[in-house]
Design a protein around this ligand. Structure first.
Ligand code: PEP
Length: 260
């Protein structure tokens, strides 16, 4: 089976509704025609802030070519959970998927592995795609414990997931914390080595369903380094923060993944 290739922009807490709509429109205007006509080359997603979801929706599936993601999702479908946005609310707003376990959620908002696992399960049960983020902090890499750390996050997030739930709706994003928003990108070899390890772990635990999953790299991906990361192999696309706010840079990254 051919693994889907993805480029997903995480806009974080940036862009009011007007600039968000303009960026989505500009991206669609700049996508090469083959990418608009076909699913095969690379799927392009955007994850705007909640308040801008409705203004970008006309550029997203089914009306347009982009896939609409949320940056987070509640760990329960509905109820007395003030401030939370559940998967059903996202689907109702036209959202197709959600990022879960981003390192900023884990570090700044105290999200534990257990919460990440509940969010993942709740989103999948509702029918959303999930981009599950894993990645090690700098001190963990310096100590040489990065593989164990990342595989531990995976094991915790996917614990008790029925084998048939690990389907095309689960996308993994390896995002070393020390590379996010810092300008320090993992070397292509280091990124590819971790992707290979994640893939073999998924195969060991979920069989073919595991090894067929798309594994994206994230962490200071730019127009200038996307092609060499893809060339390293085993990297099925990118989760992009800062550079996804710049139309030309994001389009160039998409082109690197799509190839000539
Ligand atoms: C991210 O936040 O997921 C990310 C990869 O950010 P940046 O590209 O800015 O490092």
């Amino acid at each position: 089976m051919t693994r889907a290739r993805w480029v997903i922009g995480n806009w974080k807490q940036n862009l009011l509704r007007g600039p968000a709509e303009a960026l989505a429109r500009g991206l669609v205007g700049g996508l090469p025609d083959p990418l608009i006509d076909s699913d095969d080359k690379v799927k392009v997603g955007i994850a705007p802030g909640y308040m801008a979801l409705d203004v970008v929706r006309p550029w997203c599936r089914p009306a347009g070519p982009l896939f609409l993601f949320a940056q987070d999702v509640g760990a329960q479908e509905s109820g007395a959970f003030t401030g939370e946005v559940g998967p059903g609310m996202l689907i109702d707003a036209g959202v197709r998927g959600a990022i879960v376990g981003h390192s900023e959620r884990r570090a700044l908002f105290g999200e534990s592995d257990a919460v990440v696992s509940r969010k993942l399960r709740c989103a999948l049960d509702a029918g959303l795609r999930v981009v599950l983020c894993v990645g090690e902090p700098l001190e963990v890499r310096a100590a040489g414990d990065h593989e164990a750390h990342v595989l531990g996050q995976l094991a915790a997030a996917l614990a008790n997931l029925p084998e048939d739930s690990l389907n095309h709706r689960v996308i993994i994003a390896y995002e070393p914390v020390w590379a996010i928003g810092t300008g320090n990108t993992a070397t292509p070899d280091d990124a590819a080595a971790m992707h290979g390890r994640i893939r073999s772990w998924l195969r060991e635990h979920f069989g073919a369903a595991g090894s067929d999953r798309s594994i994206l790299y994230g962490g200071s991906v730019k127009a200038s380094n996307a092609a060499e990361l893809i060339a390293a192999g085993d990297i099925d696309g990118f989760l992009v923060g800062g550079a996804s706010l710049e139309q030309a840079a994001f389009l160039s990254i998409i082109q690197s993944v799509a190839g000539p």
